[in-house]
Design a binder for this molecule. Structure first.
Ligand SMILES: [Zn+2]
Length: 80
């Protein structure tokens, strides 16, 4: 087993996939690209609240922890 730590971005991307029931990140990204609202996830450690976001949102309000910490999946994946 490797000890390379995944970046926080990768961890959050995988959690978002998990929560949305997608096996592949590509499938989820494709869905996000085809829709005007795309899934986002809170970047706060320990908070994995997800919400529909504008595609370019990088500081959306998190209803779970109250921070402006929800980032759209497209921003997370560095696609926009
Ligand atoms: Zn949060």
């Amino acid at each position: 087993m490797s000890n390379i730590a995944l970046s926080q971005k990768s961890v959050k991307l995988m959690k978002l996939c998990d929560q949305k029931g997608f096996d592949s990140l590509d499938d989820l990204l494709l869905l996000a690209l085809l829709n005007s609202a795309c899934p986002g996830i809170c970047m706060t450690e320990g908070c994995d609240h997800t919400a529909e976001m504008e595609p370019d949102q990088d500081q959306g309000f998190c209803e779970a922890c109250g921070g402006n910490t929800v980032v759209s999946i497209l921003v997370l994946a560095d696609l926009i």
